[in-house]
Design a protein. Structure first.
Length: 545
């Protein structure tokens, strides 16, 4: 079986995570949990992107070193991911020596293989702040769509840009128009990979449609060489004489974190990073999970770096989400229009957050987060369909059978249905179709509730206790299998079920629980959220308008 590598996007350590960003990251944990249940060899890594303009800008605004900003938000991110049940094999950060060493070696490999070259160019310089400006410090009008854009990429039309492409340029720091001055930099010869990347993209399978279309567009327009170094004070040093005052550009450096994290994991655990990067007899299946704004860096730039360095396995499946809005408006970190992850975790269960973002997330198209839908989703689906089925079944066993699962038998029809569900849901997860996978499981939950209602165990217990026992036995088999099927999505509730029923290690295959097993420590999986919280939560947002 192939080794499963899963790379989750690296959030910028310049501010708290919001739900829109979290929605693009959650699929990675679903994939990791699923493949581990299958018994596959999985390596799931990510980390905090501690370099780059966003961190430096935040530090400048607060009057502290960039490292202080990175420390603060890296710790916050790690705590949030742990609370949400993310199962990273390593969650690391880019501002550490291990990562720096790996990035510098990749840079030298690209140079040695002829894919980096020096060029003197004009770079944007702010005379007010007396500094060359990183691309994200430059803002202006996008030449393609006319929207306001940064100097590296237009968020509106997704065009990769250089500051020189913009018109009506201003410095993000002071707002004054910058000038241009000569400076020397290394460039990545991305144009040399035009043919190889075209062939690679044409053979790609398992990419989200937005990744296919964006990549096709960039290739049709023709790949342009891009600066690989910049005049910065915060980042990875360029390992060459004469470039001591420059840094390796973050758009090359950050994606290299996937490789550096695996090598760091290997050093810390004794595991083999090579198994997940150098093709062997077992093969490798590499997933990359991120948002729409990161597509070209994963579908073109990172494959080019890997090709140029030589011998590394390229991305196989690109799971790139669309955007999520908030109450009909775009999330805005600077405008404080967001639902912050630390805040929502302080009031709501992690499963509730995971469920909503996976069942209603921007998997194929832009979607919206609203407090009304979030609370109705929790009450109607998690509590109303799944939680209530588990509770009323096991509470009936507890009350009428002294907590002992009664005798009964699952029909062959139900067995086949459950087996088919494992196969269907597994395939959907592997294809990155998480919403459909959840819908399939909850269709089964509804059929379980229908079975319970039609059998009427509350009547059977009075007229035919053996038939009642059979009903509850069958429903308990449903619950045991749901605890496996839903484990990648709702890990906390599923772990609670395994504790209540004294189940062993889970696996991705149908399971049965024998009669005679005792129900222990039964508690509700979910509590109802008062509908009044909708007004309360939207009121918090209204205060930010």
């Amino acid at each position: 079986m192939p080794k499963i590598f899963i790379g989750g996007a690296w959030p910028y350590a310049n501010g708290s995570l919001h739900l829109g960003r979290l929605a693009s990251l959650l699929p990675g944990d679903v994939l990791a949990r699923y493949y581990r249940l299958k018994g596959e060899d999985v390596l799931y890594v990510s980390g905090s992107d501690c370099h780059g303009t966003p961190v430096a800008v935040q530090a400048l605004q607060e009057g502290v070193p960039p490292s202080a900003i990175a420390d603060r938000y890296h710790a916050e991110f790690a705590a949030c991911f742990e609370q949400l049940g993310f199962t990273y094999d390593l969650y690391t950060r880019t501002d550490q020596p291990f990562h720096h060493n790996v990035v510098r070696q990749l840079f030298l490999d690209l140079l040695a293989n002829g894919y980096l070259y020096k060029k003197t160019t004009l770079q944007t310089y702010c005379e007010t702040d007396r500094r060359f400006l990183p691309d994200r410090y430059v803002e202006g009008i996008c030449p393609v769509c006319g929207s306001r854009a940064r100097g590296d990429q237009c968020d509106t039309c997704s065009t990769l840009l250089d500051p020189s492409d913009l018109t009506d340029k201003t410095c993000k720091l002071c707002g004054n128009p910058p000038v241009e001055r000569e400076t020397e930099h290394y460039y990545l010869a991305l144009s040399k990979f035009q043919s190889a990347l075209s062939e690679y993209a044409a053979k790609a399978r398992g990419w989200k449609d937005n990744a296919v279309q964006q990549t096709k567009r960039y290739l049709e327009e023709g790949l342009q060489d891009r600066a690989a170094t910049r005049d910065l004070t915060w980042g990875v040093d360029v390992p060459l004489d004469g470039f001591e005052e420059k840094k390796i550009y973050v758009w090359i450096e950050a994606v290299s974190g996937y490789l550096s994290a695996c090598k760091q994991w290997s050093e810390q655990t004794g595991g083999s990073w090579e198994d997940f990067w150098l093709d062997g007899p077992d093969g490798i299946l590499a997933y990359y999970v991120h948002g729409k704004d990161n597509i070209p860096f994963h579908s073109l730039v990172w494959p080019a770096i890997l090709m140029g360095a030589g011998g590394y396995h390229l991305p196989d499946r690109i799971i790139s989400s669309e955007y999520m809005t908030l109450e009909g408006k775009k999330f805005s970190t600077s405008g404080n229009w967001a639902v912050w992850v630390p805040d929502v975790l302080s009031r709501y269960q992690p499963d509730s957050i995971r469920y909503f973002l996976l069942a209603n997330g921007p998997e194929k198209r832009d979607t919206d987060f609203s407090w009304r839908e979030f609370i109705h989703s929790h009450n109607g689906e998690l509590l109303g369909a799944f939680g209530n089925f588990v509770n009323r079944t096991l509470a009936f066993v507890d009350k009428s059978f002294e907590g002992i699962i009664p005798e009964g038998s699952l029909s062959e029809e139900w067995r086949r249905s459950i087996e088919a569900l494992y196969a269907t849901v597994g395939l959907l997860i592997e294809q990155g179709r998480f919403k459909e996978a959840l819908e399939s499981i909850f269709d089964f939950v509804r059929s379980c509730n229908k079975f319970y209602d039609e059998r009427k165990p509350w009547v059977q217990i009075k007229t035919d206790p053996a038939a009642c026992g059979d009903t509850l036995h069958v429903c308990t088999q449903f619950i045991v299998n749901l605890s496996r099927l839903l484990s990648p999505f709702l890990p906390f509730a599923c772990e609670r079920i395994r504790t209540i029923l004294s189940l062993g290690e889970a696996a991705w295959e149908p399971v049965s629980i024998p009669a005679g097993r005792r129900v222990e420590g039964l508690t509700l999986l979910y509590q109802r959220i008062d509908a009044g919280r909708i007004e309360e939560e939207t009121g918090r947002l209204d205060g930010r308008r």
